[in-house]
Ligand binder design. Structure first.
Ligand SMILES: Cc1cc2nc3c(=O)[nH]c(=O)nc-3n(C[C@H](O)[C@H](O)[C@H](O)COP(=O)(O)O)c2cc1C
Length: 159
């Protein structure tokens, strides 16, 4: 018997993570992004990371359409941004500072780190698709704390 969905969600909520906004585009100039913490390092040679995208997300088709995404790792100052990108609909990028990376996906201002990726593999996984991306451009900032997520709530590393 599979475990209850809510219990499973609650279980995984005990695995403390950072928070990212995955950005991409639809290949025709429209930008998309969603808050995500199902991110993981997979391989060093070649460098590969994975992200998992809900098939029901509005931005879902754009990941396949463009074949690129950028992982924006959020700082402790970016909880409001995380909340904005965790809701479907609306003009998510209005009033948000960003520049387009070489892969055409937005790099958000003031993030802790980012990785511009090209999709190398995609795997069907229940109600999500797992994308393996190769990071081609990366950058990190020192002296900046991460935004954390634990037991369904945002946390600060110093709290
Ligand atoms: C902390 C946090 C982590 C999340 N992680 C993921 C994730 O890894 N993958 C995913 O598809 N959705 C994740 N979500 C949910 C999406 O952010 C949410 O469904 C969003 O509305 C999708 O936006 P869209 O419909 O505009 O694409 C997460 C939400 C939060 C608050």
């Amino acid at each position: 018997m599979p475990v209850d969905q809510q219990e499973f969600r609650s279980l995984m909520g005990h695995f403390a993570t950072g928070v990212t906004i995955l950005t991409t585009h639809d290949g025709e100039g429209t930008l998309h992004g969603l808050t995500a913490n199902a991110i993981c390092s997979v391989s060093l040679v070649p460098p590969l990371l994975l992200c998992c995208i809900d098939k029901g997300a509005e931005s879902y088709p754009s990941f396949a359409a463009s074949g690129v995404f950028t992982v924006n790792i959020l700082s402790s100052e970016q909880e409001t941004l995380s909340r904005r990108f965790a809701k479907s609909g609306g003009a998510k990028f209005d009033g948000v500072g960003y520049r387009l990376g070489r892969n055409g996906a937005p790099i958000l201002n003031d993030v802790l780190a980012h990785a511009e990726c090209e999709v190398r593999h995609a795997f069907d996984a229940g109600d999500h698709t797992i994308y393996l991306g190769e990071p081609l451009e990366i950058a990190m900032r020192d002296q900046t704390d991460p935004l954390l997520f634990f037991r369904g709530g945002y946390r600060n590393i110093r709290a």
